[in-house]
Design a protein around this ligand. Structure first.
Ligand code: G1P
Ligand code: ZN
Length: 564
């Protein structure tokens, strides 16, 4: 065996103009990474170069991914580049796998300076699918705009990258591996860790596992069904729910991670998780949940597939927050939601006199508030919910939070939800997505809309549909001033607020890998009529939203690609 130190090479490269990270990292089709020379290397080098050399030398960095196609290939490159860039220790998930919440947990546990997560979340995977690269910082959360802008600026002028091409890693064996590098005194260390165990341990310290065990496998146990959609969270579900809390094996479905997620879109909503909804509809389970490819999103269902909207879910958890021991011990510092998420949470915040923050879309904005000790629980309408135990949204945590409420209240999901609406009134909520729209048409529509709503005469304008009249009360382009560091984030979505509390919001997605996705968010509040059909209640607002944006006319579409 050759024991000579590994060579560190500096390889010339040329920059790409399109490596600006979106809402949640850089997402591109796999073939972009495969066919464009050094496309991956450039971005990884830009990440490392964005970290001050003094912080990087000898530091600890975490690497993991959702197991999708190209995950392993990318990890091999990242490991070789980390070694060449002065990183002292890499913590890598067993087989290269780590859910996004586990990655956040591991970064914090090992006091790493950050982590590189390979995931395109719920986007399709496989040779024709997507790959994503996210960089999280030392707090365990997605890098903020200052950091991502720095990465992007470096990527635009990059001329070379450093790599240790001879470094070969064994991802299958847990434990430490050391490598000697030329011109380095200290060896480069890689630790392959059981991220499932680290994460499970965190959950044990948050929830009352004895009470959950009683709920799930005690004498009067309920029945549940959890769908991991062949994403990375399957082994976490198995370890925690089945092995530890005693759920029968058939409570956990699609729990074997697959490179292409079984050819499905691992997106936990009524469309993509239709199998779970169908199986619940006629089945016996009292509770259901689905998770996305990297395990940060969740969908909560009650018996017969009763859907709990994510905006309601976070509000219900907030209202029942002391069912979770973690919050009993630590207290509750604040609630937060992204701007397009419904105001159901605001009502709980108001009643409980807890501060509420409204942030731009994307989890990174919550992290600052949590680090400053101002935020305990937050959520997004896009099936994201979490507490301040980590700095990412956390799908399995949300399911365990709901199960903790069921264990304490011993009521059904339906009763809990209905009680909530009767207590607070109901924020009816839906989102229309128009995917793969021509980018120019989408931008033009947003520009025209902005001009229209900025006109003084727009306020007080009335729109009549069927027997309903909506009067504009306020309209703007959402802008956020971070209360912790005073940074300003502009251009976060066009909002039209009506005098009855209804809202229409337009936003362009920051996560699509091709074309533009236009999102329209519709919300209406009813104090008393809380048991109506969501789509019926919101249909007049939808008509107005489509009419004033001329969306169908501009794009040739006749309806949204997805309604959630
Ligand atoms: C979407 C969601 C957003 C979420 C993000 C990452 O971003 O809308 O809430 O944080 O995915 O999961 P968008 O495509 O809307 O920019
Ligand atoms: Zn995700």
């Amino acid at each position: 065996m050759d024991n000579s130190p590994l060579r560190v090479l500096t390889v010339p490269t040329f920059p790409y103009a399109d490596q600006r990270p979106g809402t949640n990292g850089l997402r591109r089709k796999v073939h972009v990474f495969q066919s464009r020379r050094n496309y991956l290397h450039n971005f990884i080098q830009s990440i490392f170069s964005s970290i001050d050399l003094r912080d990087r030398q000898g530091s600890t960095v975490v690497v993991g991914g959702d197991g999708r196609f190209f995950n392993q290939t990318a990890i091999e490159v990242i490991v070789q580049m980390a070694a060449a860039n002065g990183v002292g220790r890499l913590i890598v998930g067993h087989h290269g796998l780590m859910s996004t919440p586990a990655c956040s947990c591991v970064i914090r546990k090992f006091k790493a300076i950050g982590g590189i997560i390979l995931t395109a979340s719920h986007n399709p995977a496989g040779p024709d699918g997507d790959l994503g690269i996210k960089f999280n910082t030392a707090n365990g959360g997605p890098a903020n705009d200052t950091v991502t802008n720095k990465i992007y600026q470096i990527s635009r002028t990059i001329e070379e990258f450093a790599i240790c091409p001879g470094l070969r890693l064994d991802l299958t064996t847990l434990g430490k591996q050391t490598f000697d590098l030329e011109n380095k005194f200290k060896p480069f260390i890689v630790e392959i860790v059981d991220a499932v165990e680290s994460y499970a341990n965190l959950m044990r310290n948050i929830f009352d596992f004895a009470a959950l065990k009683e709920l799930l496998s005690g004498e009067n146990h309920i029945t549940i069904r959890l769908d991991a959609m062949h994403g990375v969270v399957g082994p976490y579900v198995k370890r925690i729910l089945c092995e530890e809390l005693g759920c029968p094996a058939n409570s956990a479905v699609n729990c074997v991670p697959m490179e292409d997620f079984g050819g499905q879109c691992p997106d936990p909503n009524l469309i993509h998780a239709a199998d779970l909804v169908d199986s619940m509809r006629d089945g016996e389970p009292d509770f259901g949940a689905a998770f996305d490819g990297d395990g940060d999103r969740n969908m909560i269902l009650g018996k017969h597939g009763l859907f709990v909207s994510p905006s309601d879910s976070v509000a219900v958890i907030a209202d029942n927050i002391f069912c979770i021991p973690y919050f009993q011990h630590r207290g509750v510092r604040g609630f937060a939601r992204s701007m397009p998420t419904s105001a159901a949470l605001d009502r709980v915040a108001k009643a409980t006199k807890i501060e509420l923050y409204e942030t731009p879309t994307g989890w990174k904005f919550f992290g600052n508030l949590m680090d400053a000790g101002r935020l305990s629980l937050c959520g997004e309408e896009s099936f994201g919910t979490s507490g301040d135990h980590i700095r990412e949204k956390d799908g399995l945590w949300a399911a365990l939070a709901w199960l903790s409420i069921l264990a304490t209240r011993r009521q059904s999901v339906e009763d809990i939800l209905k009680y909530h609406w009767l207590k607070y009134g109901r924020n009816y909520y839906t989102r229309y997505d128009y995917e793969n729209i021509d980018i120019d048409a989408a931008c033009e529509m947003m520009e025209d809309l902005e001009i229209m709503i900025a006109d003084k005469s727009f306020v007080k304008r009335r729109f009549a549909v069927e027997d309903k009249i909506y009067q504009v009360e306020k309209a703007d382009n959402f802008e956020y001033t971070d209360p912790v560091d005073s940074s300003i984030t502009r251009n976060q979505g066009l909002r039209i607020n009506f005098s009855d509390g209804s809202r229409i919001i337009y936003r362009l997605s920051g996560t699509s890998s091709g074309g533009a996705t236009v999102r329209i968010y519709l919300e209406s509040y009813e104090k008393e009529h809380v048991f109506q059909e969501t789509q019926v209640v919101l249909s007049p607002l939808a008509t107005i939203a489509i009419k004033i944006s001329q969306l169908h006319h501009r794009t040739g579409r006749t309806g949204p690609s997805v309604i959630t």
